[in-house]
Design a binder for this molecule. Structure first.
Ligand SMILES: [Zn+2]
Length: 466
């Protein structure tokens, strides 16, 4: 069996930091040996990776991506092939993408369609959540089958009436089912019915620029929906995971629920931590590049999100990677912000941006690994196969240079999209080498992986509830 030794690095996991050598056999980590123990001296290997001066960290787990998602008459511009390759460049070795149930179709049809898109295409490992767009007696029963085959989380929408939207009764039924079968309900918490009224009024008043996207999707309507989702989950006796939290008042709702002892979890994304309504207001039509939902908020909200990540009221940072090119896709909304496809590219940037937060003293190194690797793996039933470096874990490992400097740019990124949301931003820290299940997929500026290396990952149920 192929043996690799990673020598001389600082191994950082969510639990500890230790100077240690790591032995990989085939696809798995088999041993760690701390310096001076003498243990690693006896290791023979086919390949030695020199990690002196580098961090040795678990590959990132991005639990929220939308490769090839059909949305607003177009499709997200990254395929499973291009998107997972870009993820690897950025040190992410697992994604959990969203299979979509269309209204009138079964969960099975949706899941099969997404399997067909991803099969043979991915550079790194992948799993699926299921978007429940049509809660019926049949789809509720299907939830049980999906949980049994490793699709253990279901996303519902309080937004997008007529597309993905579920009313409170449907949400309650799905939560009740999740409480029984162990499926975790993920919620897009915005009051879409009220938002649509404000959209209509804004457009009628001639307010058509991208910045109005942020104005009509009011913070209060995120907080209200978050509160309502929490109460519905409480009634159903189910846990709840709120996706892409952007408003300070929504964080407060989560924090209050957690203080009551409820199993309520929250995710935020790099765009809410680093970008703001200032970007949405950029002149010309540039603001369209930053249109996503929930929307970017005024800069003051960032401090509350960082605080939530430090206190543990927010547990996960995912990207909600859903790229649309500025040219030809975002431009569909010229003259009507409501027609701008919702979504930002980011799957390649998450590990670096969160490391930058370590550099700036916002979070610790171990918290970086926790929110980007370990917690998403635990939340979605992939731990400890993913999200840590330990004997028995998959050898998804990143050698990370904490001192390298880089400038984020569309000119150098690998996502299939014609702009970067972080164009020109300088960050300290860069991926040197990436292993996916023992195979080197990125090394020193070269992509060595292949489409089809990535394998489907059936998942256990949420491991925060055990
Ligand atoms: Zn999403």
């Amino acid at each position: 069996m192929n043996r690799t030794v990673i020598r001389g690095g600082l191994v950082v996991t969510a639990a500890e930091e230790v100077h240690a050598d790591v032995l990989v056999e085939g696809e798995k980590v088999v041993a760690l040996a701390s310096y001076g123990s003498g243990v690693a001296e006896g290791w023979t290997a086919d390949r030695v990776l020199d990690a002196r001066g580098l961090y040795v960290i678990p590959g990132g787990v991005d639990a929220h991506t939308h490769m090839e998602l059909p949305f607003g008459g177009t499709s997200a511009s990254d395929t499973f092939e291009t998107g997972t390759r870009a993820a690897a460049w950025g040190g992410t070795t697992t994604i959990v993408d969203f299979a979509v149930q269309s209204v009138g179709s079964s969960l099975r049809e949706g899941l099969d369609t997404w399997h067909a898109k991803a099969q043979g295409a991915c550079a790194i490992d992948y799993g699926f959540h299921m978007i429940l767009a049509d809660v019926t007696e049949h789809s509720l029963k299907e939830m049980d089958l999906l949980v049994a085959e490793g699709v253990t989380s279901f996303k519902l929408f309080m937004a997008y009436p007529g597309v993905f939207y579920s009313d409170d009764g449907k949400i309650l039924r799905a939560m009740q089912r999740g409480a029984e079968n162990g499926g975790l309900i993920m919620m897009h918490a915005e009051n879409g019915i009220a938002i649509d009224v404000l959209v209509e009024q804004a457009l009628a008043a001639g307010k058509t620029d991208p910045r109005y996207h942020g104005e009509v999707r009011r913070e209060l309507l995120e907080a209200e929906a978050t509160h309502r989702a929490i109460k519905l989950a409480q009634v159903a006796g189910s846990p709840l995971y709120v996706v892409h939290v952007s408003a300070a008042s929504a964080v407060a709702e989560l924090a209050a629920a957690r203080r009551q002892g409820l199993s309520v979890f929250g995710e935020t994304c790099p765009q809410y931590l680093f970008l703001s309504t200032d970007n949405l207001a950029e002149p010309g039509f540039e603001g369209a590049k930053y249109v996503c939902s929930t929307p970017l908020r005024p800069r003051e909200h960032q401090a509350e999100l960082w605080k939530g990540l430090r206190t543990g009221d927010l547990q996960v940072v995912s990207t909600d990677h859903c790229p649309f090119c500025f040219s030809g896709q975002k431009e569909l909304g010229r003259g009507d912000f409501s027609k701008i496809p919702n979504g930002l590219p980011g799957v390649e940037n998450r590990m670096d941006l969160l490391h930058q937060a370590v550099v700036e003293g916002r979070i610790s190194r171990r918290r970086w690994i926790e929110i980007a690797c370990a917690a998403p793996a635990r939340m979605f039933g992939l731990y400890p196969r993913k999200g840590t470096i330990a004997p028995g874990a998959d050898a998804d490992i990143v050698l990370y240079d904490p001192a390298a400097r880089q400038t984020l740019s569309a000119a150098t990124h690998h996502m299939n999209v014609d702009y970067s949301a972080y164009e020109g931003k300088e960050v300290t820290g860069k991926v040197r080498t990436v292993l996916s299940r023992g195979a080197v997929v990125i090394d020193d500026g070269a992509y060595l992986g292949r489409a089809g290396h990535g394998r489907y990952q059936p998942r256990a149920t949420c491991q925060y509830l055990d």
